[in-house]
Design a protein around this ligand. Structure first.
Ligand code: F6R
Length: 613
């Protein structure tokens, strides 16, 4: 959610931190701040607004010589939770003496009682944040050894944190720690860079250490010294990041979201690569680490996820039930652990998360593991907390998703779910022949998406006609119902138009009262099961004068005659059809938002990774 970058090395810390913050800006962006250590002092600039506002202030306030001279610093982009986005509430925060400073991601849940205890000892707080309490506590316990004070303070903390702490006395090191909020340490030549996300690190080095929960590390230019919360050294493996910098940049597109929509044939190709065994008509998915015997023993699948990933899970339910004959439930991760979920020994819990850091999904994973379930992760970010805690699963290999609105992760999630259902199905009821046919259909997915991307102009025309609408309905049946939900979510989050996703049959049970000629309806009328019923539902809408935009299969002339406008998708299996269909909806939402001049990659009030409940 918020972003952290820390640096120590042989370059100007200011330059490295500002460029690192820009790469993290998509995570949270209502204010930002930086502190560098130089000449036995801490120098800070904090600002509300975008990183470029901070950058302007930093470079106008600090002279060039000073900037080049400071080689240690920490910085932060904030997405407000406690206290509004003002410069006072922006990070870094100081301890009581003003000699220690800290940036923090996460939430200190017991901050209020800690604050009262510290106030009783004379501490005065300058912000409304929970974070400031933690650095005051570290300062209270500091007796000349920073890592000791950090470990001691963290033992009093309930909640989540990724922190970086500097001391005016120590120009040669700083201390970081994590619990529930990601932190990655990049090991360069004579420099070390710490960030909440590898995208801020990869232009410096690809050698990284992912900290575990309860790790604390002393960071120096020559490397790191990782300890546990009892200040006892622990060893952590060095991993290699295989993304390149270009993948984290816009590559000529106007927005990351558009780039990521267009990248889908390639990212889907990466998701599929080496994972289908066409001869045996099955999927390989070695990361599941489950034998055919273990797979066939599964009696129920429970999918937990949030937002777009939850919609992917809803489509997954159709896949698992149809192909593998396994009863499947889909749970909103935020609800899961609060309702005493029943876990049986033969259940498989599938956690879907692009970032692998979503707090509610992580909590659901922990709940399921604690109750003894077999947990499988479907994540995009390699080494992310959910991927590691699940211990087994399937990576999407979609590449970094920077635009806040999830696009390529969703289509890759559907593809992974389809392959998982195929694999489970082959251990149970699906014949080799059926499996081989399905492999062929799955292999077609990148081509289907390409065909929709080629229809961009058709989609732009419809967007031009309706971008000023105030409300939209998205309707679907079967696996197209979650696709309708996802289309509505995309539109509302980036264009700020009110959009409702509904099962087409539910319309008559209430919401049809809202339809009139000002309320366009996007209807998934693909040439698959349910098409004729969808046509009837469309007629109901048109009878209320609502203009209907049909997502229709190429060549389905009968359907076209029943629509006010059409967006074409290629003919394909009902199992793969959600993927090209949702790509059409992603493009539609994108163009509507562009015509309304919205901030597409950084929509208001949203952050890419939701690491708070
Ligand atoms: C919407 C969107 C969110 C995420 C949700 C879960 O475009 O991106 O709804 O899908 O916050 O995030 P992950 O998949 O990272 O767990």
């Amino acid at each position: 959610m918020c972003g952290i970058v820390g640096y120590i090395g042989n370059k100007s810390a200011t330059d490295v931190l500002i460029s690192g913050l820009k790469r993290l800006e998509y995570r949270g962006y209502d204010s930002a701040g930086i502190v560098v250590v130089s000449g036995g002092k801490l120098h800070t600039v904090k600002q509300s607004g975008k990183v470029r506002d901070l950058e302007q202030m930093v470079y106008s306030r600090w002279d060039e010589k000073f900037q080049a001279g400071a080689t240690l610093g920490i910085s932060h982009t904030r997405w407000a939770t406690h206290g509004s986005p003002t410069p006072e509430n922006a990070h870094p925060h100081y301890d009581q003496t003003g000699r220690l400073a800290m940036v923090h991601n996460g939430i200190i849940e017991n901050y209020s009682s800690l604050r009262t205890q510290l106030q009783a000892k004379g501490h005065v707080f300058k912000s409304q944040t929970d974070s400031e309490v933690l650095i005051h506590l570290i300062g209270e316990l500091y007796q000349g050894n920073l890592v000791e004070a950090v470990c001691a303070a963290l033992k009093h903390v309930e909640g989540t944190y990724g922190i970086a702490v500097v001391s005016a006395e120590r120009p040669d090191e700083f201390v970081v720690a994590r619990k529930g909020s990601p932190l990655v340490i990049g090991l360069g030549e004579g420099e070390t860079i710490v960030a909440s996300d590898v995208s801020a690190i990869i232009s410096h080095t690809r050698q990284v250490i992912y900290l575990d929960d309860d790790d604390v590390a002393v960071v120096r230019a020559s490397g790191v010294d990782v300890r546990n919360i009892n200040n006892v050294p622990v060893s952590r493996a060095v991993a290699k990041v295989d993304w390149d910098v270009g993948a984290a940049e816009k590559g000529g597109y106007e927005h990351f979201m558009l780039k990521e929509i267009h990248e889908q044939p390639e990212s889907l190709g990466n998701t599929l690569r080496g994972r289908l065994d066409e001869q045996m008509g099955t999927a390989l998915l070695s990361g599941l680490s489950l034998t055919p015997r273990e797979l066939s023993a599964i009696r129920r699948v429970v999918i937990v996820a949030c937002g777009t990933s939850y919609h992917a899970g809803m489509v997954g339910k159709y896949y698992f039930e149809e192909l593998a004959d396994i009863p499947t439930e889909v749970d909103q991760a935020a609800e899961y652990r609060y309702r005493n979920p029943i876990i049986r020994p033969d259940d498989m819990v599938v956690a879907i998360s692009q970032s692998g850091e979503t707090a509610d999904t992580l909590a659901a994973v922990r709940e399921a593991k604690q109750k003894g379930a077999l947990v499988v992760g479907i994540c995009n970010v390699v080494g992310s907390t959910i991927a590691r805690e699940a211990g087994r699963g399937v990576y999407l290999h979609a590449g970094p998703e920077i635009g806040v609105a999830s696009t390529k992760a969703f289509t890759c999630q559907l593809t992974v779910l389809l392959m998982m259902a195929l694999k489970l199905g082959r251990c149970r009821r699906l014949s080799r022949q059926n499996g081989m046919e399905l492999c062929e259909k799955i292999q077609e997915i990148p081509k289907l998406v390409k065909a929709v991307l080629a229809r961009n102009d058709e989609i732009v025309k419809v967007a031009e006609q309706y971008h000023q609408a105030r409300d939209f309905f998205f309707l679907g049946r079967g696996a197209m119902f979650p696709v309708a939900l996802e289309g509505a979510l995309k539109l509302k989050e980036i264009s700020y138009i009110h959009a409702e996703g509904y099962h087409a049959a539910e319309l008559k049970h209430g919401p049809i009262a809202l339809l009139d000629k000002q309320t366009p309806v996007l209807a998934m009328v693909n040439d698959i099961a349910g098409r004729d019923k969808m046509i009837s539902n469309v007629q109901e809408c048109r009878a209320r004068h609502a203009p209907v935009i049909g997502i229709v299969t190429e060549g389905d002339a009968d359907v076209e005659a029943n629509m006010d406008h059409v967006i074409h998708v290629p003919k394909c299996s009902h199992l793969t059809a959600p993927i090209p269909t949702v790509v059409a909806l992603q493009l539609f939402a994108y163009h509507v938002a562009r015509l309304r001049q919205c901030s597409i990659d950084q929509p208001r009030n949203l952050a890419k990774s939701v690491t708070v409940e």
